[in-house]
Design a protein around this ligand. Structure first.
Ligand SMILES: Cc1cc2nc3c(=O)[nH]c(=O)nc-3n(C[C@H](O)[C@H](O)[C@H](O)COP(=O)(O)OP(=O)(O)OC[C@H]3O[C@@H](n4cnc5c(N)ncnc54)[C@H](O)[C@@H]3O)c2cc1C
Length: 489
């Protein structure tokens, strides 16, 4: 099949019958027709259509090495510096479509599957069959252009207790309850799967650090299942799509859903890792999956930061506030955020090298810096937008008012130094949806926790960073100073 069109994505989704609870009801009909899901499905379909747009075809697709069909660029196994540039151009083409607000476009996990599929020897440490399974799975997802999502975190019941002791000494998190000739059976829950109800496939991968004790064994796995697998249920959060007059929420509300596994049977060919906590803990790092995922994420966050810069610049121009020094200071901060992201991505690509499996892989230090830094600095972007917009973020009648009975008032009283009334309302409604609305609130939470808890990530960064050379430089400086200048010492 190769790279899908939007219609092909929607048609497959309409045939699928996932078990989804949404707004107090169990979904009965086709997913693309449900009002809470229709707009986000439409937006994802637009992304698939972009793969066939003659202007973007070369960025978004390449020729499959097996079928010869054009397939998504995010599946491309990079071997050269140009391949990394092509991958990034593809990430950007999709990210720009939503101003970077869609976080789970298929290219994110396609990048993970690409890296995992090449790390056969690593999977073979547990079982050579796992290496064959992940390679075959990657090829299937690539050739059928399937949309995958993932679920990693156990339910947030008791973070002070181990996985098997959550409430009343019982397990809540998804765990393996038995194995049979055909596969494994999984029971329990995982906290979230963004876009679960509109995806084709769910990757149930390791995340939380496992201690390697015998109690951890049932929680040590990586597998994939169809989103409509029997026994799998998605419970959606409240829908944030309040209609198309919300420029972002009405298009890009990527539904988040709790995932319940009610004795879900996973066939052996979909199992990639089982019962090896130490390998689960290094699943992303030892395979370079985390690097390629972060390459995609940083391309997306760059698109988002650039969108904020463009939006803020239009706002300050619209109401003529750019001459004020604190406005300039804030804008300058956003320019440095954009510049830092550009620099980090370029550095990662410039210092790229083949990993031990021959996959040309960006340098980790710049990307790891980006993923530790952006979650925090990202919170400044809506904050600055709110400062700039002030009451303008509330004086935003809907499109119906702008064209309806309030038309003349809007034209007269909501015009600005640089824009007509309707133009200004449209611009400020976008600013509101990126900084004030419930959609914006969810975006902030998403950016902050996207890669995990920033607090624990900081701890991990500290542990992984060899600071000895820096300490040594200071020690030798102190020694030098004390020899030549005993008083200063
Ligand atoms: C919008 C959104 C979408 C998401 N989508 C997905 C998805 O598609 N798939 C997926 O798998 N996950 C998803 N997540 C989950 C995300 O990965 C987690 O939010 C993140 O890893 C943090 O874990 P937690 O939410 O369980 O927080 P918790 O671990 O429950 O932390 C809660 C608070 O307690 C503190 N805390 C808890 N334990 C410790 C500790 N040991 N040491 C120090 N502090 C601690 C934390 O710092 C934090 O302040 C999503 C999250 C959000 C917000």
């Amino acid at each position: 099949m190769g790279a899908r069109t939007g219609q092909e994505y929607v048609e497959r989704l309409a045939q699928s019958r996932p078990t989804v609870d949404v707004n107090g009801e169990r979904l009965a009909g086709p997913v693309p027709e449900h009002p809470a899901l229709a707009n986000i499905v439409r937006s994802y379909a637009e992304l698939y259509d972009l793969q066939h747009d003659p202007r973007l075809r070369d960025e978004l697709t390449y020729e499959s090495p097996t079928s010869g069909e054009r397939v998504g660029t995010s599946f491309l196994v990079p071997r050269t510096p140009d391949d990394l540039v092509k991958r990034r151009a593809g990430f950007r083409a999709w990210a720009d479509h939503s101003l970077g607000t869609l976080g789970r476009t298929g290219d994110y996990l396609n990048s993970a599957l690409m890296a995992l599929s090449q790390a056969g020897p690593w999977f073979a440490q547990a079982d050579p069959q796992f290496a064959r399974n992940i390679a075959a799975y990657y090829e299937m997802v690539r050739e059928e252009d399937l949309l995958t999502t993932h679920t990693l975190i156990p339910p947030q019941a008791n973070r002070a207790a181990g996985a098997g002791q959550q409430v009343d000494g019982r397990a809540l998190g998804a765990h393996v309850v038995r194995e049979d000739d055909n596969g494994i059976v999984v029971r329990g829950a995982r906290m979230l799967a963004t876009i679960g109800p509109i995806a084709d496939e769910l990757l149930v991968f390791p995340s939380t650090l496992l201690k390697g004790t015998p109690e951890d064994a049932p929680y040590s796995f990586a597998f994939a299942i169809n989103c409509d697998a029997p026994g799998l249920r998605f419970i959606c959060r409240e829908n944030l799509d309040y209609g198309r007059h919300h420029p972002l929420g009405g298009r890009f509300d990527e539904v988040d859903a709790v995932v319940v596994f009610d004795d879900v049977h996973v066939p052996w060919e979909r199992v990639f890792m089982l019962g090896r906590p130490e390998l689960c803990n290094s699943f992303y790092a030892d395979t370079s999956a985390v690097v390629h995922m972060t390459h995609q994420v940083t391309a997306r966050t760059t698109a988002k930061a650039e969108a904020f810069l463009g939006l803020m610049s239009l706002m300050t121009e619209a109401i003529a506030v750019e001459q004020f020094s604190h406005i300039q200071e804030d804008l300058a901060q956003v320019i440095t955020i954009v510049g830092t992201l550009h620099g980090l991505v370029r550095a990662a690509e410039a210092d790229a090298a083949p990993n031990e499996y021959g996959v040309f892989t960006p340098a980790w230090e710049p990307l790891n810096t980006a993923r530790n830094w952006f979650p925090k600095v990202s919170q400044r972007l809506p904050e600055i937008t709110r400062k700039f917009g002030a009451s303008g973020l509330m004086a935003i009648p809907t499109e119906a008012d702008v064209a309806g009975s309030a038309k003349e008032d809007v034209e007269r009283y909501l015009q600005s130094a640089a824009l007509s009334g309707p133009e200004r309302v449209r611009l400020f409604r976008l600013a509101w949806d990126l900084s004030v609305s419930t959609f914006a609130g969810r975006q902030n939470l998403y950016e902050y926790y996207f890669f995990g808890d920033p607090v624990r990530m900081a701890g991990a960064l500290l542990k992984a960073t060899d600071r000895e050379p820096y300490k040594e430089r200071v020690r030798s400086f102190l020694e030098r100073v004390s020899e030549t200048d005993p008083v200063a010492a």
